[in-house]
Design a protein around this ligand. Structure first.
Ligand SMILES: NC(=O)c1ccc[n+]([C@@H]2O[C@H](COP(=O)([O-])OP(=O)(O)OC[C@H]3O[C@@H](n4cnc5c(N)ncnc54)[C@H](O)[C@@H]3O)[C@@H](O)[C@H]2O)c1
Length: 250
C-alpha cells in the first residue's frame, strides 16, 4: 500500500475494465479520484463511484471524449475547479479496431490513433499546466506489450501504443524540471471486457506463451500504477514497466 492521501487523480476510461480497477485501487490508497469516460458510459461511472464510496474512498466523475481537445480541456478545468489541483493523470482510455494491415480501413486507423495516442497527448498537455504550477505531478500512460513487440492484425493499435511509449519519454524529458514524472505501464494479456470474448483455445494458447502461465488481472496493472503515482517512485521517469507475466522481457 502507498499513501496517496491528498492526491487529486484523474483516470480516463474508468467506467470498466482496467481503468475501473485503477480508480478503485488509487481511492483505496487515499487519493481523491476523478473517473472520466464518454457520455454513453455514465451509468457505469455511477456504478464505479458507488462501489468506491461504499469501500470508504472518495471519487466523482466527469464525462469527456479524450480524442476531442475542447472536451479534454473542459475535463481538466472541471477537475481543478472541483478539487483545487491535479496531481496524477492516468491515460488509460483506449480502444481496438483489429484487422490485417492490408485490409485496415483509414477510419479504423484514425479512430484508434485519435483515442489511444492523440487522446493521451491532449490529456497530458492539459494536465501539465496545473502540474507545472504545483511543481509536482505524475503522468502514467497505459501502453501495451504489443506496442513493444508488434502483433499481427493490430497495426493501428500497436502503432498507437508504441507512439505512447515515445510520448512518455518526451513528456518525461520536458517536464522533469518541474518535478513531474511520466512513465508507462505495458500490460500483457489482461482479463477484461476487451479480452473476455476470445475463444477458450485462443486464451489457452496465450497462456502457453506466458512464462507465469496465466493472463494478468486488472489488479496487477493497478498495483504498478499505484507505485508510479506514489512519492516512493519520485526518481523514476521515462520508463515503461512491463506487467506481462514474462511474455516479453524487453
Ligand atoms: N485488456 C488487455 O488485455 C489490455 C492489454 C494491454 C493494454 N490494455 C490497455 O489498457 C487500457 C484499458 O483497457 P481495458 O481492457 O480496460 O478496455 P475497456 O474496453 O474495458 O475500457 C476502455 C475504457 O476507455 C473508455 N473510452 C473509450 N473511448 C473513449 C474516449 N474517446 N474518451 C474517453 N474514454 C473512452 C471506455 O468507455 C472504457 O471506460 C487501454 O488503453 C488498453 O489499450 C489492455
Amino acid at each position: 500500500m502507498f499513501d496517496l492521501s491528498g492526491k487529486v487523480t484523474l483516470v480516463t476510461g474508468a467506467s470498466q475494465g482496467i481503468g475501473e480497477v485503477i480508480a478503485t485501487c488509487l481511492a483505496q490508497m487515499g487519493a481523491q479520484v476523478v473517473c472520466a469516460s464518454i457520455p454513453a458510459t455514465e451509468g457505469d461511472l455511477q456504478r464505479v463511484l458507488a462501489a468506491i464510496g461504499e469501500a470508504g474512498g472518495k471519487a466523482d466523475y466527469v464525462l469527456a471524449d479524450v480524442s476531442n481537445g475542447d472536451s479534454v480541456r473542459a475535463m481538466v478545468t472541471t477537475v481543478v475547479e472541483r478539487h483545487g489541483a491535479l496531481h496524477v493523470l492516468v491515460n488509460n482510455a483506449g480502444i481496438t479496431k483489429d484487422r490485417l494491415l492490408i485490409q485496415l480501413k483509414e477510419e479504423e486507423w484514425d479512430a484508434v490513433l485519435n483515442i489511444n495516442l492523440k487522446g493521451a497527448f491532449l490529456c497530458t498537455q492539459a494536465a501539465a499546466r496545473p502540474m507545472m504550477k504545483q511543481r509536482w505531478g505524475r503522468i502514467i500512460n497505459i501502453a501495451s506489450v504489443v506496442g513493444q513487440m508488434g502483433n499481427a492484425g493490430q497495426a493501428n493499435y500497436v502503432s498507437s501504443k508504441a507512439g505512447l511509449i515515445g510520448l512518455t519519454k518526451t513528456t518525461a524529458r520536458e517536464l522533469a524540471g518541474r518535478n513531474i514524472t511520466a512513465n508507462a505501464v505495458a500490460p500483457g494479456y489482461i482479463a477484461t471486457p476487451m479480452t473476455e470474448n476470445l475463444p477458450e483455445e485462443v486464451k489457452a494458447e496465450f497462456n502457453r506463451q506466458i512464462p507465469l502461465g496465466r493472463m494478468g488481472t486488472p489488479a496487477d496493472i493497478a498495483a504498478a500504477v499505484a507505485f508510479l503515482a506514489s512519492e516512493e517512485a519520485s526518481y523514476i521517469t521515462g520508463c515503461t514497466i512491463p506487467v506481462n507475466g514474462g511474455m516479453l522481457m524487453p
